[in-house]
Ligand binder design. Structure first.
Ligand code: 3PY
Length: 278
């Protein structure tokens, strides 16, 4: 089990996934059928707009796989749009401070009722205690799409979404690194996910060389330790099965095995090289 996080009735673990930057429900469904636990739909750097995000989220969830959305930035509107599409979780890039982490969580969580409905006993379906141990936030009510993706009524979705949706923050700036221990402790934040290219960049190194820079690898260890010390998950961006295995053995909880564009380029480069003479 993925630290006991019940994302849906069918999905009980998130371990390895695939990174999607191209739009398309058919593409999303194809990736979801390959045996991954999650598909990350990248709305930060990917070519995926709002409508394409909705299509991909629905297609992935229908296969019993968790759709996670990387939002463009730490913005209430982005969090709302992603969760309203039915995403099982959000990944926020460039998170650098405790204040940003608290704000992110509040955008992702429905307000927890503090009062009961007049005339209803406290154990009715509106019972606030169902989610009282969860973090309260300012997420707006309204989407009919997320409940449909979760096969729930709107009321049921509102009562359970706070604990069924994952909130993950990318640590990929020097400031985020410096604050990672405190960020990890923020209630309602489930995961620190390392963006190694941006992290290396922010530390003054060439982005793509991160694997061979000891200072960056020390930073990776620091973020991993910070997440686990706070009882949270640690995620790592990977581009090969070797990296996924190494990061898994290092203790990371969630990794992606590269993504669509990388896979397409690699297959084409490999196959094309074999017919260079033609
Ligand atoms: C990074 O490596 O910086 C990422 O955010 C992954 O795309």
């Amino acid at each position: 089990a993925f630290f006991g996080l019940a994302l849906t009735r069918r999905v009980t673990k998130l371990r390895k996934g695939f990174w999607m930057m191209f739009p398309g429900a058919a593409l999303a469904r194809t990736f979801a059928q390959l045996g991954y636990d999650f598909i990350l739909i990248d709305c930060e750097h990917g070519n995926i707009d709002d409508a394409a995000m909705h299509a991909a989220v629905g297609a992935v969830a229908a296969e019993g796989v968790s759709p996670l959305v990387r939002i463009p930035g730490p913005d209430n509107v982005h969090v709302k749009r992603a969760l309203d599409s039915g995403a099982h979780g959000i990944l926020c890039p460039n998170l650098s401070s405790v204040e940003e982490a608290r704000a992110l969580v509040s955008y992702a969580k429905f307000p927890i009722p503090t009062k009961t409905v007049p005339g209803q006993s406290s154990d009715t379906k509106n019972n606030a205690s169902v989610i009282s141990r969860q973090v309260s936030g300012i997420r707006g009510v309204g989407s009919p799409f997320a409940p449909a993706v979760f096969h729930q009524s709107l009321g049921e979705y509102i009562r359970t979404a706070n604990r069924n949706t994952l909130v993950a923050a990318q640590i990929e700036t020097l400031a985020g690194l410096e604050n990672c221990e405190e960020i990890a402790k923020v209630d309602g934040l489930d995961m620190l996910f390392i963006g190694p290219n941006d992290l290396a960049s922010s530390m003054g190194y060439p982005a793509l060389e991160h694997e061979s820079i000891p200072e960056v690898q020390d930073a990776v260890e620091r973020v991993l330790a910070a997440a686990h010390a706070a009882g949270k998950y640690a995620g790592m961006f990977c581009t090969s099965s070797e990296q996924v295995r190494r990061r898994h053995e290092q203790g990371f909880d969630l990794m992606n095995l590269g993504g669509d564009i990388v896979a397409l380029q690699a297959w084409n480069a490999n196959e094309l090289a074999k017919i260079e003479d033609i």
